[in-house]
Design a protein around this ligand. Structure first.
Ligand code: GRF
Length: 208
């Protein structure tokens, strides 16, 4: 049984997709042992409580110094004993001590086709604003392993989504979530839970 901790910062629609996929059997052999939010009053925590999933919030601004914040985050994680950490709309930079402790066991969902429209400052709705600004016709989402960089770890899954004439950033965000994020994140978790990942350095594949 793969124990996962989901880290969130907002509405938790990706968390909900994982919860629903587990309950419908699209993700097997997996248990969400905890949800950690970077903010205390987000709907993602409501979703966790509604599904009887232990949860807490660890906000950097609640701590007087970086060291105590990082220790609190590590303690919260160790309480849930994760085999895999899933960043699902989680906005803060993951501290290096966490990446070191859980090396190769952290994945993230990003709302573009990395390496396009990613990196520092390119997150959430800003991604879709940049996509529309550039006028690309195809965008999508990416699940990747997390390393010390920003959106730089090995890519695990991607799914393309068409940009439509007249799209607002909000239209595009919703389509990318529905058609890509909520599909590939559960698929990636299920592959990890069932040992169908093939990894050769930076190249990662799912054995169908
Ligand atoms: C979404 O835009 C998602 O692409 C990004 O964070 C935003 C909120 O996600 N990763 P969620 O609804 O909190 O899962």
């Amino acid at each position: 049984m793969l124990k996962i901790v989901v880290m969130v910062s907002g509405g938790g629609t990706n968390l909900q997709a994982i919860i629903d996929s587990i309950s419908k059997g699209r993700i097997s052999n997996t248990q969400i042992t905890g949800v950690i939010s970077s903010k205390p009053d987000v709907y993602a925590l409501t979703r966790a409580k509604e599904n009887d999933i232990p949860c807490c919030s660890i906000s950097k601004k609640s701590y007087t110094d970086t060291e105590s914040y990082q220790q609190a985050l590590l303690k919260a994680l160790s309480n849930y004993q994760p085999d895999l950490i899933v960043l699902a709309g989680y906005l803060p930079i993951v501290p290096a001590v966490v990446i070191e402790m859980y090396r190769n066991r952290i994945i993230n969902i990003h709302p573009s086709l990395i390496p396009s429209f990613c990196g520092t400052g390119c997150y959430g709705i800003h991604v879709h604003e940049a996509v529309l600004e550039r006028g690309v016709k195809i965008t999508g989402a990416t699940v990747h392993f997390v390393d010390e960089g920003t959106d730089t770890g090995p890519i695990l899954l991607q799914k393309a989504v068409l940009v439509e004439n007249g799209d607002t950033p909000q239209d595009l965000q919703q389509r990318v979530m529905e058609e890509a994020e909520w599909v590939i994140l559960p698929r990636a978790i299920n592959a990890i839970a069932n040992g169908t990942i093939i990894r050769e350095n930076q190249n990662v594949w799912i054995r169908e």
